[in-house]
Design a protein around this ligand. Structure first.
Ligand code: AHR
Length: 493
């Protein structure tokens, strides 16, 4: 099959905000305990953090990590995770029916983030708590000293403020599964008041208001409108969440799910703009796609997990090669909306629906989805360019007619590079892709990195961690994308 991709320097979409390569760590399953924190582990550092996991996280160059939830945050008392560890309470954690030991809290996590070379994106509990606790937490984290909560932080051994810039106003408050679930109006009012006082406590912070949990919610659309009516002035971002799966084993359809993400982003951006005009505001609301990934493999296994245990193996999706292609398509979609999506979090980071897996006390390895994320984080920087493609298409079930090519071009002025990310969705045919990016002078091809595996269901495991791993194609004049493959083609200009 032959295809063409056109882009030009004069048709940019927008500057890529590096925060779109963020991730997420929730107090859920073995994400924290046995994941990032494992004091008995041979690589554990002075604070009990696994050095092998830190190394994998650093490799991904994740700029921001959302914490501590997720559904978890809506029942969380942040004070439980501060002060001497022996005094911290064990709690019934009701979002995931597990026991929370509180051996890791904000004190430890902000230090883990520093060691991982990332920033914390903190969520406040607007489920069981409200304005006062949110305000106190900002004071604890960000106020220098001389007040109750800033002095409590100092007494706990952290003289300097943590300086946490990004704050989520609750999590998925539209969902009946959420502790303290609210109507859009109830949530919007609470988020506006909490956000107002949080910004009075630290005017430099940026706030994310909750959008819908997914497009299938009965309130999708009206939720965004009402919440924005209440929070437009105080919020800096509206959140989007979406997970995809292939329960019917229809790979062609599954590979097209990025079209759903694309529509979702465009729709939410439009709703934001309607509210903007209705409020006569000068501000354009930015989007934080702060939960996205493939999630469906662990569904059955999770039903068998015993309740009220510490760090049970929940949501441990083992990702196969086709999942990596989907993650690649979703990353390309985020880049295509670089003008509006200024923050995003791959959900999640370690063990729980994650690119990094560990054995508690044992080995760690990269899942298949680690690789497209790594490529995008390393090479998807600069300006995202509008692309036009000529390519064949196919009927992708519920997603309708879909191009075989999912692609984006990025211009990195600092590195003087043009980078094309491309997924060939064809399960049978390779694709000869003619790339015409104009306005940058002559382009010299530097590399063509590919993620390909004959077996779409191949996975990486502790025993065979490199079953699905990227490789370099020899440099050739023609750019040929193997059937069902993720590709990163770099040019110097
Ligand atoms: O990421 C797993 C869960 O998915 C999060 O806790 C919740 O916000 C979403 O429903």
């Amino acid at each position: 099959m032959k295809a063409k991709l056109f882009a030009d320097r004069h048709f940019p979409i927008g500057n890529i905000d590096r925060r779109i390569y963020g991730s997420f760590l929730e107090h859920l399953g073995r994400a924290v305990y046995g994941g990032i924190y494992d004091p008995e582990h041979p690589t554990a550092d002075d604070m009990g953090f696994r050095a092998d996991v830190l190394e994998l996280v650093r490799k991904l160059r994740v700029p921001v990590v959302r914490y501590p939830g997720g559904n978890f945050v809506s029942g969380y008392n942040w004070e439980d995770g501060t002060g001497p560890k022996e005094n911290r309470p064990r709690r019934m954690e009701q979002a995931w029916s597990a026991i929370e030991t509180n051996q890791v809290g904000i004190d430890e996590f902000q230090e883990w983030a520093r060691r991982a070379g990332t920033e914390v994106m903190m969520a406040v509990n607007l489920g069981t708590r409200g304005v006062e606790d949110a305000r106190n937490l900002v004071e604890y984290c960000n106020f220098p000293g001389g007040t109750k909560y800033s002095d409590l932080r100092r007494a706990n051994g952290f003289e300097k403020p943590f300086g946490i810039k990004y704050w989520c106003l609750g999590n998925e408050m539209d969902g009946p599964w959420q502790i303290g679930h609210k109507t859009a109006r109830e949530y919007g009012r609470l988020a506006a008041e909490a956000g107002k006082v949080m910004k009075w406590t630290d005017p430099s912070i940026q706030l994310v208001a909750c959008g819908s949990s997914n497009t299938g919610m009965p309130t999708f659309g009206s939720w965004e409108e009402t919440v924005l009516e209440e929070t437009y002035d105080v919020a800096d971002f509206l959140s989007l969440h979406s997970y995809y799966g292939n329960p019917d084993n229809n790979t062609e359809e599954f590979l097209a799910c990025s079209k759903d993400m694309d529509d979702f982003i465009s729709t939410v951006a439009s709703i934001c703009d309607v509210v903007k005009s209705r409020l006569h505001s000068d501000k354009t609301m930015m989007l934080s796609f702060d939960e996205w990934n493939v999630w469906f493999h662990s569904g059955e296994q999770d039903k068998k997990i015993e309740k009220w245990t510490v760090a049970p193996p929940q949501l441990e999706d083992v990702y196969n090669f086709e999942d990596a292609l989907v993650v690649g398509c979703l990353l390309i979609t985020l880049l295509r909306h670089a003008d509006r999506v200024k923050m995003a979090c791959l959900a999640q980071l370690v063990n729980v629906i994650a690119p990094i897996m560990t054995e508690t006390g044992g080995r760690s390895w990269a899942q298949t989805i680690f690789y497209p994320f790594l490529d995008a984080s390393l090479h998807g920087n600069g300006v995202s360019l509008r692309t036009a493609v000529e390519c064949g298409s196919y009927q992708a079930g519920k997603y309708g007619e879909t191009s075989y090519l999912e692609s984006i071009a990025v211009a990195n002025e600092q590195a003087r590079e043009i980078v094309v990310f491309a997924v060939n969705r064809s399960l049978t045919e390779e694709m000869e892709l003619e790339i015409q990016v104009t306005g940058y002078g002559d382009l010299e091809k530097l590399s063509h990195r590919v993620l390909f595996c004959e077996d779409l269901k191949a996975v990486n495991t502790a025993d065979a961690p490199d079953t699905v791993a990227p490789g370099e194609l020899p440099l050739a004049e023609a750019t040929v994308l193997p059937k069902h493959s993720w590709n990163v083609i770099r040019y110097r200009y």
